[in-house]
Design a protein around this ligand. Sequence first.
Ligand SMILES: CC(C)(COP(=O)(O)OP(=O)(O)OC[C@H]1O[C@@H](n2cnc3c(N)ncnc32)[C@H](O)[C@@H]1OP(=O)(O)O)[C@@H](O)C(=O)NCCC(=O)NCCS
Length: 152
Amino acid sequence: MTTLRPLRADEQDLLAQATLENINRAAPRYTPDDVLSTPELAHYISSDVGLVAEDGGPVGVVWLRFFSADDPGYGFVEESVPELSIWVAEGHRGMGLGGQLLTEITALARQRGYPGISLSVEQGNPARHLYERHGFLPAGSGFDPGTLILKF
Ligand SMILES: CC(C)(COP(=O)(O)OP(=O)(O)OC[C@H]1O[C@@H](n2cnc3c(N)ncnc32)[C@H](O)[C@@H]1OP(=O)(O)O)[C@@H](O)C(=O)NCCC(=O)NCCS
């Protein structure tokens, strides 16, 4: 059975693995060392709030991180809006876990009074449907078409 629990501050390895698999989704472009040594990737190995899906070990994670305008994430919209990253392990995908993680992190973000959540999704990633079903919309003119925002 899969259960959700808070992400711990010492789980950088999980965030590094999730970030690596996310950026290598379409093709194996990056190595684990690239993630650690490239500032635009390494800054994702940090979280302000997150949830882990456990099934005998972590099988999914969603996390929110606030970025600054001078060190923005790919889905940066503004400093008061955290950026979401999400990953579900192969073999556990397509069974609703990603949706569950999104629902729960959205509820947490609302409880904390955040104005919304943003994210970046690559062109052609089927995950875009999932985000749209959860109410994410294009951030609008001036942003990359892959930058989506859910406003509360
Ligand atoms: C995107 C992801 C987190 C979704 O988690 P999930 O548990 O598969 O999601 P759910 O089962 O709740 O929902 C499935 C939805 O995700 C989409 N999806 C994306 N990649 C998928 C995959 N490999 N297998 C199944 N569904 C996938 C489906 O299109 C589906 O949306 P739809 O029902 O509207 O068509 C997960 O598939 C994943 O980690 N994929 C690879 C990395 C990635 O794309 N990360 C997001 C970067 S923005």
